[in-house]
Design a binder for this molecule. Structure first.
Ligand code: TYD
Length: 140
């Protein structure tokens, strides 16, 4: 079962601009409990370098671009996010790294849980040690 999936985002474009929609349990396959975004990344900066024990997320690059590396301990993937009509679903227990942010990048993240520092696994070897069938809670 894929723990990382590209999803399309409904985007309505008319003469006035673009409107993108995110709905819990519809286009976003979890209840959205938190939204945050990152911007202003300087050249050469990378972010992420952790996995989450419970949290699932959807990443949408609403402006600019970045490269996302994911690793579920079995499969590594690389996805370029450069369109507001593409989302990247990352379920729990997936290591992620974000690289190559464009100067204008705004990366929005929809999250299935409130912020909890205890949910982070920041050491790659600890992540590998914790991956087990019981830890893979999101069966979407
Ligand atoms: P972090 O998750 O490490 O960012 P990234 O994965 O993009 O590298 O978060 C950076 C800091 O912001 C860290 O001190 C935790 C804090 N933070 C919150 O307080 N609330 C939040 O919802 C998030 C995502 C981060």
């Amino acid at each position: 079962m894929d723990r990382v999936k590209e999803l399309s985002v409904t985007t309505i474009e008319d003469g006035r601009g673009e409107l993108s929609v995110f709905e819990s349990m519809k286009s976003v396959p979890f209840e959205i409990k938190r939204v945050y975004y990152i911007k202003g990344m300087q050249a050469g900066i990378s972010r992420g370098f952790h996995a989450h024990r419970k949290l699932s997320q959807m990443l949408i690059c609403i402006q600019g671009s970045c490269r996302v590396l994911t690793d579920d301990a079995f499969t590594k993937k690389e996805v370029i996010l450069s369109s507001n009509s593409k989302g990247l679903l990352i379920k729990n227990m997936v290591w992620r790294e974000m690289h190559d942010f464009s100067q204008d990048c705004i990366l929005m993240v929809l999250a299935s849980e409130l912020y909890d520092s205890e949910d982070y696994i920041c050491d790659y070897n600890c992540f590998l040690n914790e991956v087990s069938p019981a830890s893979l809670t999101m069966s979407l």
